[in-house]
Design a protein around this ligand. Structure first.
Ligand code: COA
Length: 359
């Protein structure tokens, strides 16, 4: 038995490859480094869906129409605002039809953005803003969240985030989606299982603690002492290190570029950025000193935290924003798995008491 199924191969996929040795993420033959320079979220959805679902003539328009179609679910969502946002989004997603066709797939990709923005506004005592089907998913998400037209840099930063997280091999939520898809349940069932897995702090929950760390450090000139004390206490620094990536986390580099772009446009509080840079520098320096044999680099969560905070998402909704991107991968993996026609049904080792003899 391999605890945590570590090193167990449980699927063949054409969708993405996490190449930890070389620090690369390949999505359908394109490295993430190239993908973020050439593609928007809609292009990546099309890339992931290709061959698994029919291609609409204009995916951006089809996704816009799907946002409009899902918006009606918010009409009676007031009772959900006291739930954590990810649970509210899950409850609304559960209302969608459980098909395995393109309309279902598009609604599932559209819905996390519509539901997250709508629930956050309802919680703030504001009315949800109806989607604008003419906009890109990233632009419309920020518009529905903030109620104003976002800057080109803000749209580009969210778009880059969505592209960066759209797929990542057989992570826990994607595996959950594939297990459900293998039973021939519908795509909505797969996405609900995946979102439930993502909700757990061991999977989708690290960017919030990165901000808690920045809050704890407080001032740039406190970074060295704070990091040193945390490491002396045996704590792990949030936003550093990775189980698979051994040289670099390519997603961190992709998001670092987006954070720099936001900073250049004045969309990040310069004091927050200075604090984050001081914390990153102190953490990298001290991790190198303490673990010279292990490349412990900045990971995707560190820049995700800065980026989503700067875009105006509250930290309790970060998992929902992760789902807005990753849902594209979940749907594609669910279709890929269902097409194999093979039920996923592993074995367990019984370690309980032996059967008692009848008296
Ligand atoms: N801070 C401090 N020390 C760390 C560390 C971190 N972020 N990441 C790893 N280390 C240490 C480990 O404690 C271990 O030390 P030891 O040999 O004295 O026990 C050593 O470095 C090697 O660890 P490694 O095998 O590379 O890490 P892992 O595979 O066990 O863990 C993570 C990978 C991601 C769980 C780990 O790096 C971590 O907890 N990071 C912080 C949380 C985080 O950012 N998660 C999001 C990941 S995308």
């Amino acid at each position: 038995m391999k605890s945590g199924l570590e090193d167990v191969v449980a699927a063949e996929t054409v969708l993405s490859d996490v190449d930890g040795k070389n620090g690369r993420l390949i999505v359908r033959g394109v490295s993430l480094d190239d993908l973020v320079m050439t593609s928007r979220f809609e292009d990546v959805v099309a890339l992931l869906f290709d061959g698994f679902l029919p291609s609409p003539p204009d995916l951006r328009a089809a996704l816009g129409a799907a946002r409009v179609a899902t918006f009606g679910q918010l009409a009676d969502a007031g009772a959900l605002v006291d739930l954590p946002p990810v649970e509210g989004v899950r409850a609304l997603l559960a209302r969608l039809a459980d098909g395995d066709d393109l309309p279902t797939a598009l609604e599932l990709v559209a819905a996390p953005a519509v539901f997250t923005a709508g629930l956050l506004r309802l919680k703030a005592g504001l009315a949800p803003i109806a989607p604008d089907p003419e906009l890109s998913q990233a632009a419309d998400t920020l518009r529905m969240l903030c109620g104003s037209t976002p800057s080109a840099e803000q749209v580009s930063a969210l778009d880059r985030y969505l592209v960066t997280v759209a797929d990542h091999g057989l992570n826990a939520s994607t595996f959950a989606a594939r297990v459900v898809a293998s039973t021939q349940a519908g795509l909505t069932s797969s996405v609900l299982a995946a979102l439930s897995a993502l909700k757990g702090p061991l999977h989708g929950g690290a960017p919030g603690p990165v901000l808690d760390m920045l809050d704890g450090v407080g001032r740039p000139d406190n970074a060295d002492a704070w990091i040193s004390a945390a490491l002396a206490d045996g704590e792990r620094l949030m936003g550093f290190g990775h189980r698979v990536y051994r040289v670099r986390d390519p997603r961190a580099d992709a998001l670092k570029g987006a954070v720099r772009m936001l900073a250049a446009s004045g969309a990040i509080d310069p004091e927050r950025l200075a604090l984050a840079e001081a914390v990153e520098a102190a953490a990298l320096k001290q991790l190198r000193q303490r673990k010279p044999d292990r490349a412990l680099d900045t990971n995707v969560e560190f820049y995700t935290a800065l980026l989503l905070e700067a875009l105006g998402f509250p930290r309790e909704a970060f998992t929902c924003v992760f789902a807005m991107g990753r849902v594209a991968g979940w749907v594609a993996h669910a279709r890929e798995q269902a097409e194999t026609g093979r039920l996923i049904r592993p074995m367990s080792v019984y370690v309980g008491p032996a059967a008692r003899e009848a008296a």
